[in-house]
Structure formats: structure tokens, C-alpha cells
Design a protein around this ligand. Structure first.
Ligand SMILES: *Cc1c(COP(=O)(O)O)cnc(C)c1O
Length: 422
């Protein structure tokens, strides 16, 4: 938060009216990208207007309750249990366990914490625990390592960025390693890591393997059902201990909802926290948050029941078909290279002959919202939402013109500001 904003904002002595508040918020939102503007690349996950309405109703219908007090609100406990049940079955772990969390970051924190605590018990000789993850793993793994007192080694990719270099990954594993990580898919290039090869290394050492499915958890199961060729990544792969998946991304629930799923109760047992040494007696939570938003739990239950497997399958099918056409069109432009072998609705492309950030600027001039990656310099594309009948052709027409502009020297980069959210 900017310090001048903090300094200038003081609690008003007399409150505003409901109408004034509505107007003030509307005025502040003038600078925001419209929530449903696909051309601006608005980072909002939605399947349809009707789905948004279902989520909003469920959220608002429960927002005043409090899921921390399960005795008072058994409905929320039941809904959370049923959401987790649907998720572990989706991930092919019929004996699975887990909990909802406030987001992918918290899910990853719980995966790291439980791996550390399992190792404390089973490998007491390890006093300085370490994580090994490919360079493409989400920052949340480094953040969790930083908060929870572990070291993390991020290992090299193959020179063409298409996958982790498995030799480097294997070489980074040492006597202190307590957790191995892979992503399905990773965020930067949308590539599914070779999970079976990676998880086997964890199994050999009797330590945890975490698949980060924050992005892919609600895409890949339905992509597979829709007949796309999806390499193995879930609990069918021996050695996968935990999977994080964001219900608030392609699960289309409200922001503030993710899940951490475990293969079984034995692995889950290291996640919850219980406490009894204060005046008020027993206190127990499955994850970091104490009080959490009840609306998020109800919205997750609502949207999963509203869309059903068929609803997710149809949306994912549409998104992947669209993305593949986009990829095909970009591959046909000789100056541009799509990185790796993206299988879901996320990918990046670079250029070996042009300034890719100048191409991004030329696209922005044509009204497109563009996301830039840093290593290698690239344009990042994510199909946040894909409405019925959307065509990739307008993007490709503009991209071909943008490439021509850069080639002819008619435009140069205005920005090279690459970043996930900066
Ligand atoms: C979004 C994301 C995360 C983190 O999720 P938050 O909900 O933003 O905390 C982790 N991993 C991947 C691959 C992601 O895309």
C-alpha cells in the first residue's frame, strides 16, 4: 500500500450514506479494466453470466455466517466436506483428505508445512529441511520456504524452456530434501511437468511430492474427459502426496477459495493445527486461517453443483480448442515461437528475431491487454474465460500486423515491464 494513500485516509467522523458509498466506489472503479473484457485480458475467471449469478447468490446468502464455529453453522461444514469430496474424487484419490483454503498460496503453504512435519517425525536426522522445485514453480513455494524456515533450490530448465532438466532436478536432491515439487501446468509456459518421473524420486526417498495444480486442477481432469491427450499428473501417479488446486481460478468460484488435497489421511495428518493451552480450551483449524469467508465455501459448493462435470467439460473443451487454434496461428508466423508443449489454456510465445516487447506494444496500440514474461522475454497468454463463439482470428490478424510493424521499424517497445502482478 502506498504511504501517501495511507497518510491521507482517515476514518470519517460522520459516516457516508449508502448511496454516497455506492457512488464513491463506482468512481474509484473507473480506472479498472472491465471485468468481462476478454480483449483487455481481464484476469477474471468466469464460465457464463449465469454462473456468475449463481456464485454471487450463494456468496451473499451466507456471507454473514462464520465457518470457524462449525457447531453453529453445520451447513458450512457440510458444504466444505462435500466440496473436498468432489475434489478428491476428481483427482482420483477415493481415500483422500484435505481442506479448503483462502487461495493457492495457502494451499501451497500447507503442502510445505505438512512435508516438513512428516520429515521431522520420519527423518529426525534432517535439521535443515529443503525443497527442490523447477525454475517454473510458483513464487508461493519460495514464499512458504521463507516463512516456514526451509531452503529451496530452483532447478534449471532444458535450454529450449520446454521442461525441467531432470538431471539438474535429480542432482539438486540431497540428504536434507523433504519435499519435491512439480506443476500441472506451471504458470510461465503452461507446460505440464513430467510428474511420474519426478514423483518417483520422492517415493524412492520416502518424502512428499506436491503437484501444484492451482492452475490446472479444474482444467486437466475435464480436458482428459473431453478426449485431449493429458499426461499423468494426479493421484494416479505413484508418489504424489498432495495437490493444490484453485477453486477460485478455473473452478469459477469466488476469490478466496482454493483446496489442498491429500492421497490419504496418513499424509493429511501433518496439516491441521490444534491447541489447548489458553483459558478458552480446545482450538483446532485445518489450515492457516482462523475465521474465513463463509461465502467462499457456499459459492464453491454452488458453482460445482451448477456446472457439474458436463459444464466444466464443455467450458474446458471450448477454451482448449480456442487456445490450440491460437497456438496454431502463432506457430504459422515465422518470427514467433510458442514455448514448449502447452496442453491447457495457458502458453507463452517469444521471438528469435524481433523484440517481443515491441510486438506487445504494437498489440496494446490495437487495444489488447498484454502480459509479459521475463526469462526468456515473452508474451504470456491465459484464456481466463472463453465465451461461446469466440474466435481467435481477430487476435491473429492484429498479431500479424503487429509483427509487420516491428519488422518494418514502425514501432518500438514502450515497456519491458515483465511481471506476474507488478
Ligand atoms: C495462481 C497460482 C498459484 C497461487 O495461487 P493464489 O491463489 O494466487 O495464491 C500457485 N501456483 C500456480 C501455478 C498458480 O497459477
Amino acid at each position: 500500500m502506498h504511504s501517501s494513500t495511507i497518510r491521507d485516509a482517515v476514518l470519517p467522523e460522520i459516516g457516508l450514506s449508502a448511496g454516497e458509498i455506492r457512488e464513491a466506489i463506482a468512481a474509484m472503479k473507473n480506472d479498472d479494466v472491465p471485468v468481462f473484457d476478454a480483449k483487455k485480458g481481464s484476469p477474471v475467471y468466469f464460465a457464463s453470466e449465469e454462473q456468475i449469478a449463481v456464485v454471487r447468490d450463494a456468496y451473499m446468502g451466507t456471507f454473514a455466517e462464520n465457518p470457524l464455529y462449525t457447531k453453529y453453522f453445520p451447513s458450512l461444514k457440510r458444504m466444505e466436506g462435500e466440496v473436498m469430496g468432489m475434489i478428491v474424487n476428481m483427482l482420483n484419490a477415493p481415500d483422500g483428505a484435505g481442506s479448503l483454503t483462502s487461495g493457492g498460496t495457502e494451499s501451497i503453504f500447507m503442502g510445505v508445512k505438512a512435508a516438513r512435519d512428516r520429515a521431522r517425525l520420519e527423518h529426525p536426522e534432517i535439521t535443515e529441511p529443503e525443497i527442490v522445485a523447477p525454475f517454473t514453480a510458483h513464487p508461493a513455494f519460495s514464499k512458504a520456504a521463507h516463512y516456514l524456515g526451509l531452503r529451496i533450490t530452483r532447478t534449471a530448465l532444458l535450454p529450449d524452456h520446454s521442461a525441467p532438466d531432470l538431471d539438474a532436478y535429480r542432482a539438486a536432491i540431497g540428504p536434507n530434501t523433504v519435499l519435491l515439487v512439480g506443476s500441472a501446468p506451471e504458470y510461465p509456459f503452461g507446460t505440464i511437468d513430467p510428474i511420474p518421473e519426478m514423483a518417483a524420486l520422492a517415493l524412492e526417498r520416502n518424502i512428499n511430492f506436491h503437484t501444484d495444480g492451482c492452475l490446472g486442477g479444474f482444467l486437466l481432469p475435464f480436458a482428459e474427459q473431453a478426449g485431449f491427450d493429458i499426461p499423468p499428473w494426479d493421484f494416479r501417479v505413484p508418489g504424489v502426496s498432495s495437490i493444490s488446486l484453485d477453486v477460485h481460478k478455473f473452478g469459477y468460484a469466488a476469490r478466496g477459495t482454493s483446496a489442498i488435497a491429500w492421497r490419504n489421511e496418513d499424509l493429511y495428518q501433518y496439516q491441521p493445527y490444534e491447541f489447548n493451552e489458553w483459558p478458552s480450551g480446545g482450538y483446532a483449524t485445518p489450515s492457516i486461517t482462523g475465521t474465513k469467508p463463509p461465502g467462499a465455501v457456499a459459492a464453491a459448493w454452488a458453482v460445482m453443483h451448477f456446472l457439474g462435470a458436463k459444464g466444466y467439460r464443455d467450458t474446458v473443451d471450448r477454451s482448449i480448442r480456442y487456445t490450440r487454434k491460437l497456438i496454431e496461428g502463432i506457430r504459422a508466423i515465422p518470427e514467433l515461437q510458442v514455448i514448449g508443449d502447452p496442453r491447457a489454456a495457458i502458453f507463452s510465445y517469444m521471438s528469435d528475431s524481433l523484440d517481443i516487447f515491441a510486438v506487445a506494444t504494437a498489440m496494446e496500440r490495437r487495444g489488447w491487454g498484454m502480459a509479459r514474461g521475463a526469462t526468456p522475454p515473452a508474451i504470456h497468454v491465459m484464456q481466463f474465460n472463453n465465451q461461446e463463439g469466440a474466435s481467435p482470428e481477430p487476435y491473429l490478424v492484429d498479431l500479424r500486423a503487429a509483427v509487420d510493424d516491428v519488422k518494418a521499424g514502425r514501432i518500438t517497445r514502450e515497456s519491458a515491464a515483465a511481471g506476474y502482478n507488478t
